[in-house]
Write a protein that binds this ligand. Structure first.
Ligand code: C5P
Length: 242
């Protein structure tokens, strides 16, 4: 089965003007534009509104609080119309279900889609053990992913090495969104484990998230276009390669 895989460009800056400039340059090649904690902390709702004029927004706030508070945040964010919003799976089923219910009530058919974050890639087995979780990151990722999808998450943010196991475990339904993606030959920056856009599309990702290889390129539009082109064969009918 073919599964389209789109490019999400991470607009990681505290300067709204810089983000707006990047958005204008990369929009023709991006399926989504990611507003993260840095830009949201600097410019809040205005940043989401401004970036959403270019392409649908992936709002990466990683919400994690009691169900009532997360539901209130989802309701409040709905008029900004982000396409996707991240929440922490570790918040538990009641929090995820409350977020889903709030999204449906406030947004109807055009509601915010929820992406659950399982284990941050900065957390390794030793840190997990310190927090009382045994069994290692992959086991915990699968446990939290199943819990999140059962409670109402529309998809998951996951690392490159988790895409294939999650697709196997969860089937075709949940969206898988993958940061840490680097075109062949580009710098890893501080990403410990990277994969190429082509590898992630083949493994079953729905969106790859790429930031610095695009935003720090001399020509961000050309860098985004090259990555989008690498993903494109995935969207064609079987046997069509142009
Ligand atoms: O610049 P770069 O391509 O590394 O940016 C990746 C984006 O994905 C950043 O916005 C980063 O916060 C986010 N991210 C990540 N790794 C995760 C989760 C999110 O790099 N595990």
């Amino acid at each position: 089965m073919t599964r389209p895989c789109g490019l999400c460009v991470a607009l990681d800056t505290a300067d709204p003007g810089t983000a707006e400039g990047w958005a204008g340059q990369v929009a023709p090649h991006a399926a989504l534009l990611k507003v993260g904690l840095e830009l949201f902390s600097a410019d809040g709702a205005a940043a989401v509104r401004s970036i959403a004029r270019h392409r649908p927004v992936f709002l990466d706030l990683k919400l994690h609080d009691i169900p009532n508070t997360v539901a209130g945040a989802v309701r409040t964010l709905t008029p900004l119309r982000p396409a996707w919003l991240t929440i922490h799976a570790a918040g538990g089923p009641a929090m995820i279900a409350a977020a889903r219910e709030a999204a449906e009530k406030a947004g109807g058919a055009d509601r915010i889609r929820l992406l659950a974050v399982t284990v941050l890639t900065s957390i390794d087995a030793a840190i997990l053990a310190e927090t009382g979780v045994s069994g290692g990151p992959m086991q915990q990722v699968l446990r939290l992913a199943r819990l999140a999808v059962a409670a109402g998450a529309d998809g998951l943010v996951c690392s490159p090495r988790e895409v294939a196991p999650l697709r196997d475990a969860l089937g075709e339904g949940p969206a898988l969104v993958v940061p840490g993606v680097r075109p062949a030959g580009s710098a890893a920056d501080d990403q410990a484990r990277t994969a190429t856009p082509e590898e992630m599309a083949a493994a079953g990702a729905d969106f790859v998230v790429v930031g610095r290889p695009i935003t720090r390129a001399a020509d961000p539009a050309a860098a985004a276009a090259a990555i989008a082109a690498a993903l494109r064969p995935r969207t064609l009918a079987p046997g069509v390669t142009t």
